[in-house]
Unconditional design. Structure first.
Length: 135
């Protein structure tokens, strides 16, 4: 976990959302909250870069963020803990996968599934796109 960014929030700032997520089987602790993690060694570069950009944008907004958070049904790429929003980055996007992700995260306020094939190739344009679309 070398190079992971960890910012500890005072206990009084931990949101009800944080507790709600833990109660519903999401593995979120002070050790994995506000840290950027790889999924595994096979994670594509575009998947990691998009996830990292979303993470950074949310942290700039002062949000508590989880990446690669274990759930009862799988792993969530990025969670805006404060607002109960999931961001799923998909390199193999299709309607079946979209339906699976929406079902997996149906208890969240919003679920954004990001198709990497429809994103700009230029990093500057990608950042602009994500800044416009990350809540």
């Amino acid at each position: 976990r070398q190079g992971a960014l960890e910012i500890k929030l005072p206990k009084m700032l931990q949101s009800k959302s944080f507790d709600l997520l833990k109660e519903n089987g999401f593995v979120i602790t002070d050790k994995n909250k506000n840290c950027l993690f790889l999924h595994n060694s096979h994670e594509s570069m575009i998947h990691f870069v998009v996830k990292a950009m979303i993470f950074k944008i949310l942290r700039e907004f002062g949000r508590a963020v989880g990446t690669e958070i274990e759930t009862r049904n799988g792993i969530a790429d990025v969670i805006d803990i404060d607002n109960l929003i999931v961001y799923e980055v998909e390199t193999a996007f299709n309607k079946r996968r979209l339906k699976e992700k929406l079902e997996q995260f149906k208890n969240f306020r919003d679920v954004f599934v990001i198709n990497t094939k429809s994103l700009p190739d230029n990093l500057g344009e990608l950042e602009t796109f994500l800044r416009r679309n990350v809540a």
